[in-house]
Ligand binder design. Structure first.
Ligand code: ZN
Length: 137
């Protein structure tokens, strides 16, 4: 079954294109004061500059919260329920929303994750988070 894909526009479309071109998660960074920001905006909230770039980020972050969906309005996601949508604070500071294939009861706030982008067509990426497992040495 096919899932609904949004049709991003304007500066949000620019962000999707930057992620597709870089093949990793990108975030806006002010070219004047270097402050990171997400979601993309026209002006920097710190210095009001409109001189910005999309820069690749590490993809490393921490789960701040999760929302568990037990039903999906989109039939394409129904087979995935229950699934968690995560709010992640990247190591660089900005926060992003991400889907995860990790079972909702196996992911918690404070957990470390890596974030990646998965292109769908030429104008949209889904942001996914994978849990980081540490092994004892
Ligand atoms: Zn700035």
């Amino acid at each position: 079954m096919r899932t609904y894909l949004p049709k991003p526009e304007w500066i949000i479309l620019d962000w999707h294109h930057a992620c597709i071109a870089a093949e990793v998660l990108c975030v806006q960074q002010c070219a004047t004061c270097s402050v990171w920001r997400h979601p993309p905006r026209k002006f920097c909230a710190s210095c009001f500059s409109d001189d910005v770039n999309f820069q690749p980020v590490s993809g490393s972050g921490t789960v701040l919260s999760k929302a568990v969906s037990h039903r999906s309005l989109d039939p394409g996601w129904q087979e995935q329920t229950p699934y968690a949508t995560l709010l992640i604070e990247l190591d660089e500071g900005p926060r992003v929303l991400a889907a995860t294939s990790t079972a909702p009861d196996e992911i918690n706030t404070g957990q470390h994750v890596t974030v990646r982008v998965v292109p769908h067509g030429q104008d949209f990426v889904l942001v996914w988070a994978d849990t980081v497992t540490t092994t004892a040495t």
